[in-house]
Design a protein around this ligand. Structure first.
Ligand code: C5P
Length: 295
């Protein structure tokens, strides 16, 4: 067996993320924005399996008609990037994804798949790369891939790829609902550019609350500037937040550029009761918990 033959098949979980806060601090010259975000990995995940493909192509299979299986898929791009780095271009692979993380929800589903592919291939090839090198590979695939690689709780800045690890959130459970529409990230960034933001998250206060294990203090300060973008879909976002708060959530927020909204609950029992209450109203309604660092 050649040194570069990967041990396949390999399986990996692609965990979603939630934004405990999201601030946009500047518009940059390169088409991106500078961000300041507190991110949390959660247990909701896609299941990724990578198998050899004798045809020499890298492709993805999701079973979802609206998710492409070619280079437009971030998981395929991540695999091609990895193969180039490891010097094994031309190796065929079939990436099968059992999707549970909704698409167009602000939960970094596509980035999480890409990150899972990088972690899985690194294992299959005998760990040739450390965390830094894998993150550098991930950054070229998408702004959220580096966070999805490392996982846990982190402060993200720059495009989202500069990460400072944070202590774990105080113990809590999440209920995540998604209205029946998706939101395009570039579209919402364009709309954000057309307004002057007057409110920003108190990131320092949030960091202090998390550091002190103060769940109420954290929930009071959760804030996402994308909720202030003039867009009629934000009415449904506010309604979803209201529904979660009515069920007793300590705080509720849209994650990323939406359209998923989550509520924070003190324990599994109140989260489960809320899921029971809201599952008739929201086709996508799940409970989740925090997941610690992955790399
Ligand atoms: O990096 P990624 O491909 O995930 O970004 C998708 C789009 O989101 C970018 O093309 C850009 O329009 C927007 N974006 C941004 N600033 C960021 C991250 C993403 O403007 N920090």
């Amino acid at each position: 067996m050649s040194e570069k033959t990967p041990l396949l098949p390999v399986r990996e979980k692609a965990y979603a993320k939630l934004n405990i806060s999201l601030d946009v601090t500047a518009r940059r010259g390169d088409g991106y924005h500078d961000m300041l975000m507190i991110m949390q990995t959660v247990s909701l995940c896609d299941e990724i399996t990578i198998e050899p493909d004798e045809g020499g192509e890298v492709s993805a299979l999701t079973g979802l008609p609206y998710v492409p299986g070619d280079r437009r898929n971030l998981a395929v791009r991540a695999a091609l990037q990895f193969l180039e780095l490891v010097g094994d271009e031309g190796r065929g692979m079939k990436i099968t994804m059992r999707k549970a993380v909704p698409v167009g929800a602000g939960m970094a589903g596509g980035s999480a798949d890409a990150a899972a592919v990088l972690r899985a291939l690194n294992r299959a090839y005998g760990e040739p790369f450390g965390a830094e090198a894998l993150c550098a590979a991930g950054e070229s695939v998408g702004s959220d891939v580096a966070f999805c690689l490392r996982g846990g709780t982190a402060l993200a800045s720059g495009r989202g790829e500069r990460l400072t690890p944070l202590p774990a959130l105080p113990p809590c459970r999440f209920v995540i609902v998604k209205p029946d529409f998706s939101i395009s990230t570039p579209e919402l960034f364009r709309k954000l550019d057309s307004v002057k933001l007057s409110c920003h998250p108190d990131t320092e206060g949030l960091l202090a609350a998390i550091g002190n294990g103060d769940l109420d203090g954290m929930c009071r300060r959760m804030y996402n500037v994308f909720e202030d973008v003039p867009d009629r879909r934000m009415r449904s976002i506010r309604a979803a937040k209201g529904a979660l708060l009515d069920c007793g959530a300590l705080g509720a927020l849209m994650t990323g550029t939406g359209s998923a909204v989550f509520g924070v609950f003190r324990d599994a029992k109140s989260a489960e009761a809320t899921r029971e209450t809201l599952r008739g109203e929201y086709r996508f309604c799940r409970t989740a918990e925090s997941v610690g660092p992955l790399l």
